[in-house]
Design a protein around this ligand. Structure first.
Ligand code: FAD
Length: 404
């Protein structure tokens, strides 16, 4: 074991959920960290809406965030108990209602789902001097002294002892170092949207669909998910009480809706599909559900076109450790998975908790970097593989049911 402090500088490429959670954890441990994010600002792109948080994800977020921010996250989380879902066929006949064990079920401050924009702003709180927006990573170079330099498209560069690849499913760091590890396309296209809750209820959304995670498996191969996000407390009000500098934006309660369709059933190629506008995507879903139960047909009629977008579903198989050098992978960059299980972000924050603890030990001079990175990756490959397989089982379960 080494003795004496050996301060390190950690460069994080990507200020998404995993990269920011890592930065919070490292800051709490007193480690020098700098985050480089491609977007120009915190609101730079469509990031999706509601995120399910698992008990493991909750524990990791609470461990990485300073106590007032952890309380702010709990105060703005979803109020409803999300430990189960109800699956229906397209005529709204209940098929399955599994319940998942959760040791924290029923607690007032339990975090089972959060609004993604609120989470990102909480993860950014207190990091103004650490997060650099508008930094599009281009490539890296390892130097003879074992350090690493990152180069950005604006012509700037940054050097550090460790570089964490937290740049998501299309990771450029991975493309440079591990081009063979590209996530597989699962052949499913997903249309996400946001539906204001009050309007949907006023327009007659049936009570059975109002407060639970509902999942509809059409015998035609299409699937529709509807997930409520009911804020426990208005974000701006909770921030004023707990962390006034946090720039939280209020939002009405809403549903995140998710519509899955097989690429081969679309009748158009990817280029044409991904160029469709929000209005056209909403119209596509309304058309594909026209033979469904009238209460389900109505759902996408409430969707806001400007919040509607499509993504391809992908998965990394197998999940593999990278070389145990100064470049360390985290989150979707190393273990992309379909959102079917609600596991990807939870796995990314679990990575952040594990890696921040080990890098803090390196910084204190208690561990060698290579050993710490190997320990992190061994554990990560294990639980991330389970996460990918579980997400695929859920996706395949619904596909098989549809084909039966
Ligand atoms: C609609 C949707 C719903 C989901 N729901 C859930 C859920 O309920 N629960 C769950 O656990 N998971 C869910 N997921 C998955 C989850 O969003 C991801 O697993 C999670 O965001 C991964 O975190 P990350 O930090 O690895 O990547 P990201 O959050 O994608 O962050 C990557 C960051 O890197 C930045 N970046 C990319 N390239 C560069 C570059 N060249 N230079 C600098 N920066 C770069 C990006 O701008 C981004 O900010 C969902 C995904 C989607 C699409």
């Amino acid at each position: 074991m080494r003795t004496g402090r050996s301060p390190i500088r950690v460069l994080v490429i990507g200020g998404g959920i995993g990269g920011l959670c890592l930065a919070q954890g490292l800051r709490q441990a007193g480690v020098d960290v700098q985050v480089y994010e491609r977007d120009e600002s915190a609101d730079g792109r469509r990031q999706g809406y509601r995120l399910r948080i698992s008990p493991e994800g909750e524990a990791a977020l609470l461990a990485c965030l300073p106590a007032p921010l952890a309380r702010l996250l709990a105060a703005t989380a979803n109020t409803r108990d999300d430990s189960g879902l109800v699956a229906y066929d397209e005529q709204l006949v209940e098929q399955w209602a599994p319940h998942f064990d959760d040791p924290r079920a029923g607690l007032d401050d339990k975090i089972d789902a959060v609004d993604r924009v609120t989470l990102r702003r909480i993860l950014l709180a207190g990091l103004d001097e650490v997060v650099h927006f508008g930094k599009n990573f281009q490539r890296l170079e390892r130097t003879a002294d074992g350090r690493v330099t990152a180069y950005f498209e604006d012509g700037t560069e940054a050097a550090g002892d460790v570089l964490v690849a937290a740049d998501g499913t299309n990771s450029r760091v991975r493309a440079q170092l591990r081009p063979q590890d590209v996530p597989q396309d699962l052949g499913i296209r997903t249309i996400f949207s946001r539906i204001p809750r009050a309007e949907a209820i006023a327009a007659g959304l049936p009570p059975a669909l109002q407060d639970r995670f509902s999942y509809v498996i059409g015998t035609d191969g299409h699937h529709l998910g509807l997930m409520p996000m009911l804020f426990r407390e208005r974000p701006s009000q909770a921030a004023a009480r707990l962390w006034p500098q946090a720039r939280l934006v209020d939002s009405d309660d809403y549903y995140m809706s998710v519509f899955n369709v097989h690429q081969q059933d679309l009748g158009i190629g990817d280029e044409e599909f991904f160029a469709l506008s929000g209005e056209e995507l909403c119209a596509l879903v309304v058309d594909r559900t026209k033979a469904w139960h009238p209460d389900l047909r109505e759902i996408f009629a409430f969707a806001l076109p400007e919040t509607t977008f499509a993504v391809p579903l992908r998965a990394t198989r197998p999940v593999r450790a990278w070389e145990t050098g100064p470049v360390v992978p985290l989150g979707d960059a190393v273990h992309a998975m379909p959102p079917s299980g609600g596991v990807g972000a939870n796995t990314a924050v679990r990575d952040a908790q594990a890696l921040s603890g080990l890098l803090a030990a390196v910084d204190r001079g208690e561990r060698e970097l290579a050993g710490a990175v190997a320990e992190y990756q061994e554990a990560m490959v294990g639980y991330a593989t389970e996460g990918v397989e579980m997400s695929l089982r859920i996706a395949q379960w619904s596909i098989k049911t549809a084909e039966a």
